[in-house]
Design a protein around this ligand. Sequence first.
Ligand code: TYM
Length: 361
Amino acid sequence: MSENISKPAKAAEKEVVLSGIRATGHLHLGNYFGALSKFVRMQHDYDSRYFVADLHALTTSPDPSALHENVRNIVAEYLAAGLNPDEATLFVQSDVPEVSEMYLLLNMHVGIGELMRTASFKDKARKALGINSDSDDIEKEIIGTDSNKRVNAGLLTYPTLMAVDILIQKAKKVPVGKDQEQHLELTRRFARRFNSFYNVELFPEPTNFDFGGKPVKVPGLDGSGKMGKSEGNCIYLIDDEKTLRKKVMRAVTDEGPKEPNQPVSQPVENLFTLLELTSAPEVVQQYRDAYADCSIRYGDLKKQLAEDILKITLPIRERVIDLQNDDVTIRRILARGAEQARETAAKTLAEVRHVMGIRRF
Ligand code: TYM
């Protein structure tokens, strides 16, 4: 690993790619296929900047003892999955204080209404308030007295902070999973609004990136639509072999096809989706054909799936274990990354302050 502080000169000509993952726990297959595997594939061809979103983690789980540990784990998992600090800038969100200042400034151009309508806010607010229905009328609940404690303003302004992460680095490509597309749409809207309000061309409009394919939504093993930490249905990159096999073998299915070419139920389709992400196309086809002619045995499908997931996760797990306690390496990488990230962030913030009329005498 080189000790050079500055990035190679050619990086300046490459398009900026930026993305991050919240420090809320270990990374799972959703994070891997929706984000991290793309970070790794993009790191060489782009000016790639990847961070750990520790400030965003505070919006749902402000737990001082867990936060620091979570940041360390995610950095270790980034490196173990193949991110190379000599190719990509790796940093922690809170190590770039310019982000927090610009978050305050950008909030002056963001409407409370548009934030309250964001699907992720409504979901998280509903969860915090213990409301199970899909009713849109959560505003009353939020305004209700003691609920204010549970739905914090940071949760509401989550998209502003995310937009700032992206805009402060002037990123054009943001590799994220499907669930983040609305946040990206808001980022583009805020960028356009700022540029047009001040009549400047300061911010590019960022887009998702998926190597020509569709953005990924990795399903859960419990038959639900999405794998997620708060859904409790995750396969983690650091799961050991036994745990992982057990989770896959317990995945929800159905009674099996009774007629040829019967439509596939959601839980079984989820297993096929996972198989498509982890196995060779001919293997997927073999199981699809077996489903179509009713000869499929879900036990075999699950064994195959566990095998193919392990091929991806076990080497990562081994490297994570090596790295997890190597604070010296992690500190060195993050210090260098913070310096690189701050360089651009400070420049952008200076431009933003100037444009908004905040000038020194
Ligand atoms: P987080 O931690 O919720 O998710 C991190 C990344 O993992 C992807 N992801 C999934 N993709 C497909 N299927 C799933 N089941 C699945 N679960 C998670 C997410 O789409 C995301 O790409 N708000 C961001 C963090 C962030 C950020 C940013 C990202 C903060 N600032 C700036 C990009 C740019 C988030 O979703 O974190």
